[in-house]
Design a binder for this molecule. Sequence first.
Ligand SMILES: O=C(O)c1ccc[n+]([C@@H]2O[C@H](COP(=O)([O-])O)[C@@H](O)[C@H]2O)c1
Ligand SMILES: Cc1cc2nc[nH]c2cc1C
Length: 337
Amino acid sequence: MIPTSSALPFDDILALLDKMPEPDEELRAKVREREASLTKPAGSLGKLEELAEWVAVWQNREKPQILRPLVGVFACQHGIAKHGVSAFPNELNQLMVDNFSQGGAAINQLCTAYDLGLKVFDLAIEHPTGDITVEPAMSEKDCVATMAYGMEAIAGGTDLLCLGEMGIGNTTISAALFTALFGGSAEDWCGRGSGVDDKGIQLKVDLVNKALETHKDHLDKPLEVLARLGGREFAAMAGAVLAARINNVPVIVDGFNTTAAVAVLHKLDPRALDHCIFSHCSAEGAHRRALDAMGKTALLDLGMRLGEGTGAAMAAGVVKAACQAHNGMATFADIGL
Ligand SMILES: O=C(O)c1ccc[n+]([C@@H]2O[C@H](COP(=O)([O-])O)[C@@H](O)[C@H]2O)c1
Ligand SMILES: Cc1cc2nc[nH]c2cc1C
């Protein structure tokens, strides 16, 4: 499953895309048959019914099972942050990683509330990525190695993966990725992030434009866009989503930044995200634009814009409840009708 070295660094990743499994339609029919037999009017659990079916078909199980749900938080430091694109300093990355391990972050409490596992992936946090305005964020080799590392996120045997990230400055990185992948202007994709003012947004726009100019001859291929304009958390999350697909693990995407990571896979092959749901619409302005560009709808809209997997965790609570209802309810035959 893990790519090894090859003449062209991205070949192994592209080969994995060719091996993506599709759902078993006979199994889907059985899941629907059970859903229709449960003691409720047909369709009355609305999206919960769709979610239970979604988990079942991507797990390739007649009864969806969520015993080891995992929130993976991928943390990285960004070269772009030195330009002052965030309302917070770079030191916060390490402090929040420490906070995650001490149980003090929002994601810790949401994981406790919904009984979700939490794993933090420190992506060489002390070494910032390249400043994308003047150089690639990562070499292609580092990008592939980081994708391979991200594939290990599910190695502990998880049955539902929630994506999260921590990276001061990474809403500027996401804006650069979205502009390169989906077009439009930098203004369309730059927003307040962790809380910058109008001047901060203008700085983000100027830096995204500079980055696009610097790399303009190398942005045809989505994986090249990821290496040049992305960051390690984006590469690792893209790798985790691919590994999840191949190992029958459904994925819940978090907010603006996790969406930018998976947008790279969408550009490679729109089917690559069929095993993913989009947990919520972030309050980061351009998130809805990104979802629209991929033809995706978000499950929840709670005005959240924290990142660190919090929106995905909220959706995981809903998904768990959906599966519990599907698996545990009595049928009409059970109650004598
Ligand atoms: O996920 C989102 O929708 C989201 C929206 C705004 C900010 N964030 C988080 O805030 C950080 C990036 O914000 P910034 O202003 O430093 O670019 C990063 O750690 C993200 O997890 C996350
Ligand atoms: C405090 C803080 C917590 C975060 N968690 C994820 N991204 C974050 C960004 C900030 C600024």
